[in-house]
Write a protein that binds this ligand. Structure first.
Ligand code: KE4
Length: 430
């Protein structure tokens, strides 16, 4: 039987020095209740907590661990790099090599700038779009999360929506006025915003596959529609691929869905678990970024050699072995079919959305296509399910507004264990 004695002790101790005892809100288990599990180590698809309990991991550090934790080639490469200093604050050959590799993998990315988080990537992309178009406003979608920069905390998804404070204190009215919001998959809503704000909108930023309201798929006519609207109105289409980049395909959602973006933001996989974000796009746009152009953006640790080593090692393996994506997709389909079977026999209302190696279970009887439908699943069923799975050694994201991420280190035996744990958990919930 799982016990969380040491996690509880550490949680109590941490709350004295860290707000909520965590360095990112979703980790506090506010949405599911109970004590967050503190971890000590992980390898492949198994994480071990401070009480010695093992879990099959479906968070993967929120996306980076696409080939599993402590992936040996990454660890070995970092061990070599770290002996040559942990930071130079000056250009290195590796930064050129990873930029060249990203440009070869991602469509429409002639140039890329490294930053240190997905938030930094998205806020920088908005600034570039504003500088390039000389317009102030941008459109985002309710339930999409682009990091915690002020202009995004307007009906944000992910932690903010779970947190119940869609408009975070500290965001000024002056900032909020330039952020327009539409419903995901609602093309008419976007058209109305463009008509109501003629020649004022610099960008539309979107998660091409949403992961911050749970996994929500785009209607392809919607996605093609906003692409066309952007082209017609001189608006830059920004794909926030912090989750989908290098996960759905080597070329991310642009390749997987066949839609061209004007700017793309990255995070998570690109750093192999180290703090890395990036934004990139066509040369004509990216050359307005300092020091070539006037749009300023900078970072002490941007392109950090250890982070670049981890990211480059991972991206090179993904690029050299595209069969990984088929293997990941097969495992995700296998898991989804297994979960469908046990959920369909459980008597509980549910939906499962999945694409590539992203998947989410929603305890609702409506199709989940946007934030409002996702919110119908934010009920007492998910917390019960989460904890029943946790004590059976399955570690899911602690919120119904999150996508699960599969890693290619998952075995079919672990997938079967997950499906069986789901069956037992649903039985225990009756
Ligand atoms: P970071 O600043 O957390 O590296 O990236 C922000 C971000 C931007 N865009 C998308 C699509 C994202 O999913 C994220 C961050 N994702 C969350 C998971 N929902 C990170 C987990 C957390 O906030 O602790």
């Amino acid at each position: 039987m799982y016990q969380y004695k040491r996690s509880s002790e550490l949680f109590d101790a941490s709350k004295k020095y860290i707000p909520g005892g965590v360095n990112s809100p979703v980790r506090a288990f506010n949405s599911v209740g109970g004590t967050p599990v503190f971890f000590e180590k992980a390898s492949g698809s198994v994480m071990t907590d401070v009480d010695g309990n093992d879990y099959i991991d479906y968070i993967g550090s929120w996306g980076p661990m696409i080939l599993g934790h402590a992936h040996r080639p990454i660890i070995d490469a970092i061990k070599i790099a770290v002996d040559h200093s942990t930071s130079f604050g000056a250009p290195t050959e590796l930064e050129y090599k990873i930029a060249e590799l990203i440009s070869s993998m991602a469509p429409n990315v002639d140039m890329v700038r490294m930053v240190n988080s997905g938030t930094e990537a998205c806020m920088s992309a908005i600034r570039v779009a504003r500088g390039y178009t000389k317009r102030d406003k941008f459109i985002k979608f309710v339930g999409c999360y682009h990091g915690h920069s002020d202009s995004f905390l307007i009906k944000a998804g992910s932690g903010a929506s779970t947190f119940g404070e869609p408009n975070s204190p500290g965001v000024t009215a002056g900032t909020a006025k330039d952020t327009l919001t539409a419903e995901y998959n609602d093309l008419d809503g976007v058209k109305r915003l463009i008509e109501d704000n003629p020649n004022e909108i610099a960008a539309i930023i979107i998660e091409p596959v949403a992961g911050n309201m749970g996994c929500v798929l785009p209607n392809m006519d919607f996605l093609k529609g906003i692409r066309q609207l952007c082209t017609d109105h001189g608006i830059l289409l920004i794909f926030d691929e912090v989750m989908t980049g290098f996960r759905l395909a080597p070329g991310g959602a642009q390749e997987f869905l066949g839609i061209d973006a004007d700017l793309v933001t990255y995070g998570k996989v690109i750093g192999g678990g180290m703090p890395v974000g990036a934004y990139g796009g066509r040369r004509e746009i990216m050359e307005i970024v300092s020091p070539v152009g006037p749009v300023y953006q900078a970072g002490t640790l941007s392109g950090n050699p250890i982070a670049m080593t981890a990211g480059y090692t991972l991206l090179r393996e993904l690029n050299d072995n595209p069969n990984i994506y088929q293997e990941l997709s097969k495992k995700t389909v296998y898991l989804k079919e297994g979960l469908e079977k046990v959920l369909s026999e459980s008597g509980f209302s549910y939906r499962i959305n999945s694409i590539g190696s992203m998947i989410s279970i929603f305890f609702t009887d409506v199709d989940v296509v946007d934030f409002n439908s996702a919110a119908t699943a934010n009920n007492d069923k998910f917390p019960q399910f989460f904890h029943e799975m946790l004590k059976r050694g399955i570690y899911l994201p602690p919120s119904s507004f999150e996508s699960y991420f599969l890693s290619n280190s998952l075995t079919y035996e672990q997938l079967d264990k997950t499906i069986n744990a789901c069956r037992e958990s649903l039985d225990a919930m009756k």
